[in-house]
Design a protein around this ligand. Sequence first.
Ligand code: IDP
Ligand code: MG
Length: 149
Amino acid sequence: MERTFVMVKPDGVQRGLIGQIIARLEQRGLRLVGAKFMAVSNELAETHYGIHKERPFYGSLIEYITSSPVMAMVWEGSNAVAAVRQTMGATNPTEAAPGSVRHDFGLEIGRNLTHASDSVENGKGEIGLWFNEDELVDWQRANDGWIFE
Ligand code: IDP
Ligand code: MG
C-alpha cells in the first residue's frame, strides 16, 4: 500500500487544526500508520527542506517549521501521495482548490498549514527521515474492503 509523509505545521498546531486535518484524511479513506507530536530541530528542518536551500524563502521556512511543535504522520492508501496532495491543495492557499485544507484554512504561502510528500520516492525518504521503522504500525481496518477495491 502506498505511503506518504504528512505534517501539520506549527500554524496548524497553534490554530488548533490538528483534529480537523486528521479528520479529512480519515474521511478520505486513508489509513494512519504512524504519528508523533514533536518539536523540530534545526538539523531535521534543514535536512527535510534541503531541496529549497538556495531559495529566497529558505531562512524563513526553517524559522517557521522550527517555531513551534508539529504533528508528523504517515498515511497509507491507494494513490496516497496524490490523494493527500489534493486534500491539502496547492502550495499557495489562494491557488488551492475550494474544499482543500490550504484553501479552507489559509491565506499565505508562508503559513500554509501542512506538508505532504510530492512523490512516492520522496515519501519513502521523508518517512525514513522522520520515523523509525518500529514507530510505524501495520494494521487492518474493519472497513478496508469498502474503501480499497
Ligand atoms: P509544498 O509544501 O506544496 O510541497 P514546496 O514548493 O515544496 O511546496 O515548498 C515548501 C514549503 O516552503 C511550502 O509549503 C511553503 O511553506 C514554503 N514556501 C514555498 N514557496 C514559498 C514562497 O514563495 N514564500 C514563502 N514560503 C514559501
Ligand atoms: Mg514540497
